[in-house]
Write a protein that binds this ligand. Structure first.
Ligand code: PLP
Length: 430
């Protein structure tokens, strides 16, 4: 494949944009370098780059894209919003409509608030939990990424872990000392941490199904145990469902497992591809938020008509019959095909999948926590990534990320991907 124009654009970008990119994962550092491909347009399951190469996309923009790129229903909603005024700084009916849609899909949301990113959503839930409990400490699970605000950039997973900087510079020690990290899927280590610090803990931040060191499901009883132990200590459970909201079912992961947190942070898919975040939960907790309560949170862009309209349109598409069944069917076909090809060429892999999202780990061992994800073979993944890219398959450039399917992928896209994976494995086996 010819990447000449991408190379030229990247050289130009390096002169003007720090690191050439506006989010670090895009720089290909997690796959041994190379020139990031500059995309020109996208439709359905496909991308076209500035050199005219076509790709089948599994990046899904790191999660938000589930109905395919430029879905006509969402494009129409955004276009209408553009001509109707994208920002008023005053309330709109769209906000009510969208809030009602979220609440009826996710019963634990007694009240919601819209913000502009996943980071903002999680950051505010932590502030509100501190306000509600009058405590400062937060427990999180190692490798889980909750955005880039100070309190959670501690052993933070995907982007930061890929760069080898799980603790960012610039975070005061005073902030980091209030964050306790324990191992995901290890209830005993969580129990011990809560025995030691429980009465100082405001909240436990949980990705109920992890998306940031690959797709990792909770072991049976883990989420229930976390809820019980946390509530016994008088602390709150916050689910970070930024990556999982509406990804596996029409609603959140909490419904898949039949368990409710006190608060939830959401983002990605609920914006239909436009910037968004949302948080919500129990009414008595949410009433801590200004203008009702003492916990301040605001936003010039929050609840803007364009993001609201795109989000509503996206959920309308996801309400259609058979959406999640299709994603699961395609995901299963892809998983089986890749596993078969890897075994044909003697490449040790293991695959974690939920519905239309999966991660292929190299090395062959089971992955149930961050330490195991970290131990997988990053060099083999990097080689695989570039071999796939060169055959027109666009994966996320990190061994810690998921492959995301959309409703627009077809069986022949899946079969072409399996075919390409076979060629990549063959080259790796040489
Ligand atoms: N939480 C989770 C689980 C995420 O996956 C992400 C982003 O990848 C975030 C929070 C941060 O969201 P944003 O990038 O919209 O700030």
């Amino acid at each position: 494949m010819d990447f000449t124009t991408s190379k030229t654009l990247h050289e130009e970008a390096l002169d003007h944009i720090v690191g050439g990119v506006n989010s670090p994962s895009r720089a290909y550092k997690g796959v041994g370098g190379g020139t990031p491909v500059y995309m020109e347009s996208a439709k359905g399951a496909y991308f076209w780059d500035v050199d005219g190469n076509k790709y089948i996309d599994y990046l899904g923009a790191y999660g938000p894209i589930i109905t395919g790129h430029a879905h006509p229903h969402i494009a129409e909603a955004i276009s209408h919003a553009a001509y109707n005024g994208v920002l008023y700084g005053a309330p709109t009916k769209l906000e009510n409509t969208f809030a009602k849609m979220l609440k009826s899909a996710i019963p634990s949301l007694e009240k919601v608030r819209f913000v502009n990113s996943g980071t903002e959503a999680v950051m505010t839930t932590v502030r509100v939990a501190r306000a509600y409990t009058g405590r400062n400490k937060v427990i999180k699970f190692s490798g889980c990424y909750h955005g880039h605000f100070d309190s959670v950039l501690v052993e933070a997973g995907s982007g930061p872990a890929t760069l080898g900087t799980p603790d960012s510079a610039g975070i005061p020690q005073d902030v980091a000392k209030d964050v306790i990290t324990v191992t995901f899927n290890d209830l005993e280590s969580f129990r011990q941490a809560m025995e030691r610090w429980g009465d100082e803990v405001a909240a436990v931040l949980v990705e109920p199904l992890v998306g940031n060191f690959g797709i990792v499901t909770p072991k049976e009883g883990f989420l229930e145990g976390v809820n019980t132990i946390t509530h016994d200590a008088g602390a709150l459970v916050i689910y970070d469902e930024i990556i999982t909201s509406f990804r596996f079912t029409y609603g959140n992961t909490q419904q898949l497992y039949g368990i409710e947190p006190d608060m939830t942070a959401m983002g990605k898919i609920i914006g239909g591809g436009l910037p968004i975040g949302a948080y919500g939960g129990r009414q008595d907790i949410m009433e801590q938020v200004a203008p009702l309560g003492p916990a301040y949170q605001a936003g010039t862009m929050a609840g803007n008509p364009a993001s609201m309209a795109a989000g509503i349109a996206c959920l309308e598409v996801l309400q259609q019959d058979g959406v999640y069944e299709k994603l699961d069917r395609l995901g299963e076909r892809l998983e089986i095909g890749i596993v078969e090809k890897a075994s044909e060429y003697g490449i040790p892999i293991s695959v974690n999948r939920m519905c239309g999202a999966m991660t292929v780990y190299f090395g062959g061992d089971t992955v149930e926590n961050y330490e195991q994800a970290e131990a997988t073979d990053g060099e083999a993944f990097a080689q695989f990534f570039h071999l796939m890219l060169n055959q027109g398959i666009n994966l996320a450039p990190s061994k810690f990320e998921a492959w995301f399917l959309t409703t627009e992928h077809t069986e022949s896209d899946i079969d072409a991907t399996i075919e390409a994976a076979g060629k990549a494995f063959a080259a790796m086996a040489e």
